[in-house]
Design a protein around this ligand. Structure first.
Ligand code: GLA
Length: 397
């Protein structure tokens, strides 16, 4: 953090009162592609984050320096958006747009952006960035705002933390992906040592402690970067909407796939075209798995939780078709290691990371198995982290 402030001084000069905000990435333990169907998810926030060091200035512009792209860019607050900005600038620009529409009186600032959430890896670097940018905008607009949680920063502007998450989600939609609410919500509401079980329809949630003594969360990056994600992602979403629409014939109360019980689905699945049927089966069974996982975690039955993670992956691979050979290989290697309880892809899929639940003594054998076999078969170098659940976004300084 001291380094980031020092970088700010190097790039923009010795301005006083430099603030630092942080938005974390996330890993989803179970509940994939359920959020935009009004269903349930169980993510946790990560230490890996996007941070901005910023200081307000008197012009109505946001001037940014990106550490990752070693590039300077700026955008105006209000007025017509510039024709061309680098892709990384679109996120804060869209966040500014939605905050202004929500009535926040924005002020300009200068900021250095840095992050250690790998981009395109399914750990929600974009949500981390949107949330960090939102906090930067809130702090710049109210320089007297003390350090503290995102919830407090939102409240100072008359917003709830949930509303802030929804605004960041709208910003992502405007960038081009019709994502659900999971990533922005967990980036704001994460809690150290806990996973969050979130009802994506009404945004009610419960923090469930993770059994860190008896199981570790291991994230493995396949090194495959997502391509063409927005197209395939938005297509899945439309297929789900089509399925919910067709099933509504059998129960007019069905608004989204969240409202379809496994029994109703089994009774009427023949009415759905093949691909849509498989997409719906994944979502409906995955919702049930999240609720079952929450029960298992609370009861301390981590073996059961691990089995549900395995079922989730198989369903994402076969019915939802968002896995790939590399993710499948990582999952197979992990499941072959004694003491591994469950392993699955995490996030949207199409590349990115797997998440594995492993007994503490299985972590080193897992690392050795992945390092020994994955690169040989794929030519890709995997990255492996053992992750603790971190707190959500905050104004740090
Ligand atoms: C991406 C989206 C989320 C969610 C996941 C899949 O991370 O941003 O809203 O849909 O994919 O579970």
């Amino acid at each position: 953090m001291a380094d980031l402030v020092a970088r700010f001084h190097e790039i923009f000069g010795r301005l006083p009162a430099v603030r630092v905000v942080r938005g974390p990435g996330r890993v989803n333990l179970i509940g994939e592609h359920t959020d935009y169907n009004g269903g349930f998810v169980m993510p946790m926030a990560l230490e890996a984050s996007v941070r901005l060091a910023l200081a307000p200035h008197d012009e109505p512009t946001v001037a940014l320096w990106s550490e990752q792209f070693a590039e300077r860019a700026q955008f105006p607050l209000g007025g017509p958006p510039p024709d061309e900005v680098p892709h990384w600038v679109r996120y804060p620009m869209k966040v500014a747009e939605v905050l202004a529409e929500a009535g926040v009186a924005l002020r300009g600032f200068k900021a250095v952006v840095e992050g250690d959430v790998p981009v395109g890896s399914g750990l929600s670097s974009s949500a981390a960035y949107e949330v960090a940018a939102a906090l930067a905008l809130l702090v710049a607009a109210r320089p007297d705002l003390p350090a503290g949680s995102a919830e407090k920063a939102a409240a100072a502007h008359g917003l709830t933390a949930g509303k802030l998450a929804l605004l960041c989600q709208t910003a992502e939609h405007r960038v081009g992906v019709r994502c659900g609410i999971m990533d922005q919500f967990i980036s704001i509401h994460g809690r150290r040592g806990h996973a969050i079980v979130l009802d994506c329809r009404d945004l009610s949630y419960e923090a469930v402690p993770l059994p860190t003594g008896s199981a570790k969360v291991v994230i493995i990056d396949s090194g495959v970067r997502r391509k063409l994600t927005s197209g395939a992602y938005n297509e899945r979403r439309s297929q789900c909407e089509e399925g919910a629409g067709r099933l509504r014939k059998f129960d007019p109360d069905i608004k989204e796939l969240r409202d379809v019980s496994p029994d109703l689905f089994r009774a009427h699945e023949a009415a759905l075209p093949g691909v849509v049927r498989r997409r719906c089966r994944h979502v409906i069974m995955e919702d049930a798995r999240v609720l079952e996982s929450a029960q298992a975690l609370k009861a301390g039955d981590i073996e059961h939780f691990g089995r549900l993670m395995n079922e989730s992956h198989d369903s994402l691979r076969d019915d939802y078709e968002v896995s790939g050979p590399e993710l499948d290989l990582l999952v197979r290697i992990a499941r072959g290691v004694p003491g591994v309880l469950g392993s699955r892809l995490t996030g949207a899929g199409f590349g990115g990371c797997t998440v594995t639940l492993a007994r503490p003594e299985a972590v080193e054998p897992l690392r050795a198995a992945v390092l020994g076999r994955y690169e040989k078969k794929t030519g890709l170098a995997p990255r492996i982290w053992v992750s603790e659940a971190a707190d959500g976004a905050a104004v740090e300084v």
